[in-house]
Design a protein around this ligand. Structure first.
Ligand SMILES: NC(=O)c1ccc[n+]([C@@H]2O[C@H](COP(=O)([O-])OP(=O)(O)OC[C@H]3O[C@@H](n4cnc5c(N)ncnc54)[C@H](OP(=O)(O)O)[C@@H]3O)[C@@H](O)[C@H]2O)c1
Length: 262
């Protein structure tokens, strides 16, 4: 029997590194689609720049490829022009999955991705979701809120923006997101569904930057909500999260902020 492997785009990113590590721990091989050479990567690297490489598809690696996890995309607060990677990059990814005859796609979108979403970030994720949903393959779509955990660059990026508005968010731990991704590969009951992935705590946005380097904070100007929207950090006004993912994936999500000792 051939060893089981999973194909991962965005394997070198914040979520990708955690995912690759967890798959490796579980004894599942990873084929990482990357745009530049990685030395000592804990996966089989296949070079593919999802935006620039227009030629023939790379050769299919050997092995039983049980699924493709599509992570390549922009993290919130990293770009104001997300469409190319989310739309063209996803079209290319779906094409590759068809070419390699991979039976299942797991796509990591973002909370609030809809056609009428207020931001280009969420709209472009919705377009990508539709490509995945109409690919003819089995699929699962996960829509995380802000993802945090060791190695997340987001608190520092948020601190650089300035003084944050009075708003609450439901961040989710990267380990829980990765667990849901991995379970998506095996759980037939989640096929064809889209899940909002939110953490258990409603926390002030400003509390996330407390550990960030304070040198950026001296000349702090006020950031408004519209700016946060433009950075892909659209904060749901109600901030109630659908908890279906907790039940369907059997995960008890961990809190992001620990209680402090008095
Ligand atoms: N982080 C969050 O809070 C958050 C929240 C909700 C949803 N998400 C979604 O989760 C996914 C992963 O986020 P992340 O935080 O891990 O992002 P990240 O750290 O910025 O990683 C992005 C990944 O995409 C790859 N990539 C970028 N352009 C590419 C291209 N042209 N061709 C091939 N690969 C390319 C990057 O490769 P290089 O290493 O070569 O740059 C990197 O591996 C994204 O789709 C994001 O939208 C993230």
């Amino acid at each position: 029997m051939e060893p089981k492997s999973v194909v991962v785009t965005g394997a070198t990113g914040f979520v990708g590194r955690e995912l690759v590590h967890r798959l490796w721990q579980a004894g599942i091989g990873v084929v990482g689609l990357i745009r530049s050479g990685e030395q000592d990567a804990p996966f089989v690297p296949v070079l593919l720049n999802l935006l620039e490489d227009k030629g023939p598809m790379p050769e299919r690696p050997a092995g039983d490829l049980i699924g493709l996890i599509h992570l390549a995309g922009h993290a919130p607060v990293s770009t104001k022009e997300p469409s190319a990677l989310h739309e063209t990059g996803t079209a290319r990814t779906v094409e590759l999955a068809e070419h390699w005859k991979i039976p299942k796609l797991v796509y990591v979108s973002v909370q609030g991705a809809t056609m009428t979403a207020p931001t280009a970030f969420q709209q472009s994720k919705w377009v990508a979701e539709e490509m995945v949903a109409h690919s003819g393959m089995k699929f699962v779509i996960l829509r995380p809120h802000l993802i945090l955990g060791v190695g997340s660059p987001t608190p520092e990026k948020l601190a650089r923006l300035g003084r944050l508005p009075d708003a609450n968010v439901r961040p989710v731990h990267v380990a829980d997101v990765v667990e849901a991704i991995i379970r998506s590969l095996w759980l037939d009951t989640v096929d064809g569904k889209r899940y909002e992935i939110a953490g258990p705590q409603l926390v002030p946005l400003s509390s996330l930057t407390e550990q960030a380097s304070w040198s950026f904070m001296r000349r702090r100007r006020m950031v408004n909500r519209r700016e946060l929207d433009a950075w892909g950090l659209s904060i749901p006004r109600q901030n109630q999260a659908d908890g279906a993912w907790v039940a369907d994936f059997g995960i008890l999500p961990r809190p992001i902020l620990r209680a402090r000792n008095p």
